[in-house]
Design a protein around this ligand. Structure first.
Ligand code: BTN
Length: 328
């Protein structure tokens, strides 16, 4: 709390010095206490100039997603009230799952600057190099029946697409169920994990990975032609902390709409961003390969397909590939 107050006072002075005496007077603590806090801020990567005569001068914040940087700009009530930040971690989803089992509350968020074992859907890995991207997992405890959980993934996909749009001006498309694409290349992915009983959800972990400031050459060969980043698409770097706060705000907003009003609005927003109607697709689902045309997404998030023989099929999970052709 005192760190936040010191930073606020220093930032308010623009590039002028503020004396240690003035800070200690305003915060009602000793000058030694201020000196100790400034040193600890410097150890976190804050650049603060110190002069015996003039006091302290703020130069620059570290480019980190630490709570001290994210919280002051975050306008949420629930998501991110508590942020668990890690410089490196195995996977933010695994950590959030562990914390939720220990009783972490709804809205707690795990953030990391890099992941050593970032996990994607269907057992894939999620490439997670340091300081370039967003790796974030949110703990939710919705009081809804477990069969409605896939709708929370749609909520997350809509919120992620919206946050990307708000902070970069780019217009992403959603690929069922929850890939976020720009120019048909993947820019963000969502891994939702659930802990439930037959009739109630204990918690859901929403893991969101967004490729933010990576250059093309940073992607391993296997992803280079199928993945992209906001920087590649926009041509300039995007502020990770602004994007993260947009993400948590949009997620909170859509989550509240969904809990209050049901799935209507969320399905409408999802359909607008997914534009799947009439697309021919190939989908691998539970060992079966299905080819058909997308009719719609059902009220529980399942994909409705029209097969080549005219029959309809509902698909609840799978790996989807577009085949470029349109239904008459
Ligand atoms: C996908 O396969 O599209 C889902 C990717 C999800 C990646 C995110 S990064 C933050 C969170 N922690 C993980 O280990 N995975 C998710």
């Amino acid at each position: 709390m005192m760190d936040e107050q010191i930073l606020k006072l220093l930032k308010e002075c623009d590039s002028d010095f503020l004396s240690g005496e003035e800070i200690s007077r305003q915060l009602d603590v000793s000058r030694t206490a201020i000196w100790k806090r400034v040193n600890s801020l410097r150890a976190k990567g804050y650049e603060i100039e110190a002069s015996r005569r003039l006091g302290y001068r703020f130069i620059r914040s570290p480019d980190l997603l630490i709570p001290l940087e994210v919280k002051p700009i975050l306008k949420t009530e629930l998501l991110g009230r508590r942020i668990h930040w890690f410089n490196r971690i195995d996977s933010t989803n695994s950590k959030a799952y562990e914390l939720a089992l220990l009783g972490a509350e709804e809205g707690e968020v795990v953030i990391a600057e890099m992941q050593e074992g970032g996990r994607g859907r269907l057992g894939r890995r999620w490439f997670s190099p340091p300081l370039k991207n967003i790796y974030c997992s949110v703990i939710l405890r919705p009081r809804i029946p477990p069969n409605q959980a896939p709708l929370i993934t749609l909520v997350t996909a809509v919120a992620t697409a919206e946050a990307i749009e708000r902070s970069s001006g780019l217009l992403p498309e959603i690929k069922w169920p929850n890939d976020i694409l720009l120019r048909q290349r993947k820019v963000a992915g969502i891994l939702s994990e659930i802990h439930s009983e037959m009739d109630r959800i204990n918690f859901i972990i929403l893991g969101i990975g967004i490729n933010v400031n990576m250059d093309e050459a940073m992607f391993p060969e296997e992803f280079r032609y199928t993945a992209t980043s906001l920087k590649i698409e926009k041509g300039v770097e995007i502020s990770r902390k602004e994007l993260l706060s947009c993400l948590l705000e949009d997620l909170e907003n859509w989550y509240k709409i969904f809990l209050k009003k049901g799935e209507g609005q969320i399905l409408k927003a999802w359909r607008e961003k997914a534009k799947i109607k009439g697309k021919k697709i190939k989908i691998k689902s539970f060992g079966e390969v299905l080819v058909g045309f997308c009719v719609d997404v059902d009220s529980d998030g399942a994909l409705i397909l029209k097969m080549e023989d005219g029959r309809r099929r509902r698909v609840i999970a799978g790996d989807l590939e577009y085949i470029i052709e349109k239904l008459e």
